[in-house]
Design a binder for this molecule. Structure first.
Ligand code: HXC
Ligand code: NAP
Length: 282
């Protein structure tokens, strides 16, 4: 089934996030960019934060053309004090923080026995440490406010495991457990914490680090029961839905958006894909 493209402004009722303030880490590229677009199109003030502000330029230009309220901030999520200062500053300027999206990540394919300690740390510190630092400091303000949502981006290999990405799979498993833990700790204070687990979708970071050539990309695509990657729009729309009042009673959950990929993992007995004589209905 081909993806259905719906403009961001129609993903949810217009102005769903009007008057609200959101922070999206890694919001200048890939999925983070699409989430940022959606939030801004539905009325939020959106701050995007990452290491390289050149990555923010396209969003800033689009925001100007669309009349969205946005800002670009430099942040390396591996630095706890930088996360604290950035979030404190955001709240000081805007009076509150309604939404945090922990989207920033790093990844590459490397067999575990060849992964250096530094390479392990590079991914763990972005994905696991960075998510905790931002969650904690946003949480401090949200606890005071008595409301807020946090959304974490994981991957289905957080629970299936995946050869070649032990660093990312271990970090995402930690983030998934963090999601449930913080959701339980903070539910009495009006804070919801959820996650999404997308299957593969195209982004420069993923293409460069995970499927650098067309052959690898095609092999991965063939493994997806739906036969295609997700679009960033399809994933971002579900992210916004989880953050919206439509999910006011949902916390600590993880929504899988993977075209059936994790269900088909292994395909031990049948690939189920090739109709033939013996597959006629009986
Ligand atoms: C082996 C590698 C490596 C590779 C880096 N390293 N790339 N080892 N294979 N391909 C090692 C380096 O040699 C070094 O170890 C250590 O990792 C740190 O490398 P740096 O280049 O100094 O790291 P840094 O500049 O901090 O960059 C972080 C990064 C990079 C994670 C390595 O890839 C990055 O910035 N990525 C951001 C974008 C991204 O990855 N997006 C993909 C998201 S997709 P030594 O020992 O030599 O010092 C995703 C989920 C996909 O996350 C799920 C699909 C289903
Ligand atoms: P992407 O475009 O490479 O996004 C990664 C973002 O993280 C970039 O904007 C990058 O910006 C930022 N970032 C990296 N290190 C950072 C750091 N230390 N501090 C602050 N920001 C940092 O990749 P993507 O595919 O859209 O990934 C988005 C999310 O989806 C990630 O959590 C990823 O794990 C998850 N995901 C992706 C896939 C997929 O198939 N693509 C599947 C499942 C889950 P700077 O370079 O400017 O810092």
């Amino acid at each position: 089934m081909s993806p259905i493209l719906v403009p961001q402004s129609q993903w949810l009722p217009s102005k769903t996030f009007a008057g609200q303030v959101a922070l999206v880490t890694g919001g200048g590229t890939g999925l983070g960019l699409e989430i940022s677009r959606g939030l801004a199109a539905l009325g939020a003030h959106v701050a995007i934060a990452s290491r390289n502000q050149a990555h923010h330029q396209a969003f800033l230009e689009e925001a100007q053309a669309q009349g969205w309220s946005v800002e670009s901030l430099a942040l390396d999520v591996r630095e706890a004090s930088a996360c604290r200062d950035l979030i404190d500053g955001l709240v000081e300027r805007h009076g509150k923080l309604d939404h945090l999206v922990n989207n920033a990540a790093g990844n590459f394919v490397c067999p575990s026995h060849r992964l250096s300690a530094n390479a392990w740390r590079a991914v763990l510190s972005i994905v696991l440490d960075g998510t905790f630092y931002c969650s904690k400091h946003a949480g401090i303000h949200m606890l005071r406010q008595g409301f807020g949502t946090q959304l974490n981006i994981v991957a289905t290999y957080a629970w299936t495991g995946m050869p070649g990405v032990v660093h990312s799979a271990s970090a995402k498993a930690g983030v998934l457990t963090m999601t449930k833990t913080l959701a339980a700790e903070w539910a009495p204070y009006g804070i919801r914490v959820n996650a999404v687990a997308p299957g593969p979708f195209a982004s420069e970071g993923a293409k460069g680090n995970l499927w650098p050539d067309d052959e690898t990309e095609e092999r991965i695509r063939r493994n997806v029961p739906m036969g295609r990657f997700a679009t960033t729009q399809e994933v971002a729309a579900q992210c916004l839905w989880l953050m919206s009042p439509a999910c006011a009673y949902v916390t600590g959950d993880c929504l899988t958006i993977d075209g059936g990929l994790s269900l088909g993992a292994g395909r031990l007995f049948a690939d189920g894909q090739r109709p033939g004589k013996r597959d006629e209905p009986r």
